[in-house]
Write a protein that binds this ligand. Sequence first.
Ligand SMILES: Cc1ncc(C[n+]2csc(CCOP(=O)(O)OP(=O)(O)O)c2C)c(N)n1
Length: 600
Amino acid sequence: MLDQIHSPKDIKKLDLVQLQSLANEIRTFLIETIQETGGHLAPNLGTIEMTLAMHYVFDTPNDSFVFDVGHQAYTHKILTGRLNQMHTLRQKNGLSGFTKRSESEHDSFGAGHSSTSISAALGIAIANNIQHNANKSIAVIGDGALTGGMSFEALNHAGDSNADLLIILNDNDMSISKNVGAMNKYLTKLISGKAYSTMKHKSLGFLEKMPMVHEFAKRSEEHLKGMVLPSTLFEELGLDYFGPIDGHDLPTLIKTLENLKLQNKPRLLHIITKKGYGLERAEQDPCKFHGVAPAQTSATALPSYSSIFGTWLNNTAKTNKDLMAITPAMCTGSGMSDFEQNFPNQYFDVGIAEQHAITFAGGLAVQGLKPVVAIYSTFLQRGYDQLIHDIALQNLDVVFAIDRAGLVGSDGATHAGSFDLSFLRCIPNVVIMAPSDGLQLYQMLNLAFSSSGVACVRYPRGVSTIEDYVSQEPLTMGKATIARQGVDVAIFAFGTTLESALQAGEKINATVVDMRFVKPLDEALILELCQDHSHLISVEDNAIKGGAGSAVSEFLHAQKLNNSLTVLGLPDEFTEQGSQSELHALYGLDADGIIHASQS
Ligand SMILES: Cc1ncc(C[n+]2csc(CCOP(=O)(O)OP(=O)(O)O)c2C)c(N)n1
């Protein structure tokens, strides 16, 4: 049946039995395809029935679906004409792993970062109203994404509006790891038996005021679970609350959505789903199956940068009771699973709340504790003002362990850590270190932890080139080191671009410098090398604009030095998706790209 679905119109012709078989087919297809391509397996297995029901009842692209994060929208992609491209998922020139406006008219809002859906869908709903069209706007948000501050800001606005907005809360009790926080506990209480029993009574009264649905409500006992429950938190905020209902029960989903389609106030449908639904091992370990690697990923014994950070955290906490590690919902990805077990009193998963994570660290710091905020480069963008206003301006002692800096690969532009050097370098009081390997990462974390003020260590996704990395050998703040002596051409390599710089340096007999620090820059060494190197090349996996090469350029200009400088980095455009090595080649950051730059 799957082959016959070319657009959402095709599923509207199906009866319930056929829809159910289509759900099964999609499940089998997703399990097979995602294991090959890699991608968000467990989240997508949990949203098949919901998405089918949404497309059955509503009409995209006139009606708008806004999927939060967009990582659970594979069924939506399949139903909107992208089935035949699914094998290209997350690859260079292939389908995005998230919703993307340029990919389909059915993707009404692009995503990748969490907790934006209610804001965007509310904007669409209010625009629909202003433009006098009756199209529907639907946000799909997970219980994890609901922990993000923007969701609350949007609910605050939505509940006070008359917008024709439907929020579908996809509650699977999981973020990537187990979901956290008071809101999560509240949702659990809502779906408990106690809530159901009061709901049944109250909901019928509500429905009797609505003749169109009254008949239907009487018919369907199961549907009563989908009726309005006054006095939930959402009701108090001004939204009608419906549910909870079983998010894998297609008939109930369809009936409930048909009912909700008739309404035009801000309303929230709470559905309960199981992450990984239908695949036993994913249901058992939804965290592991949140995202899976492509089939042909080669196994390596080398440690990832995240795991090196995790080891450093464990080792350092043994002798530092003041160390407090904070993650905004990225425990596993940040290499903190062992730390969570070993040091539960020094560990805080604050939910998908980067802004809060940073200011919370500031609060710990003013009391003399030593916070370490583990955060992906791309998600640090969320906490930029907090970093400036709450941390740097007060020159608080906070370490930022910035993972996934530079090109991250198949997650694409939404997740690329392309900008951190640019946006950090301009903030006073901030030190920025970029290790060239795992050993240096360990040493830099030691240096960051022992120095006062704001210390950022940014490191990439992937594995270090070396196996042994635990070292108490101190590094000197702001000192670069010459990794290879050559003539005439000097390559200033920032971070892990050192490897390509050394390969290029061998070929063209260039001097290669492991810069280590972006701020403070080793100006003395640059001055020295300017004397007998006419051509300078800087290399970084960050935007050229404002990045580390810019820092070198600013310095040369200030010193009135005329050495020619070629700055290699990311161009002034959002980066592609693809493997990291494909992208390094594409942007001229591999050895060939550096050699090419030395010849121009
Ligand atoms: C701002 C931001 N921080 C962190 C992430 C990483 N992230 C992607 S999905 C996810 C969990 C989302 O949980 P939920 O909304 O419940 O969806 P589920 O995967 O459980 O369906 C997280 C933390 C992100 N995408 N955006």
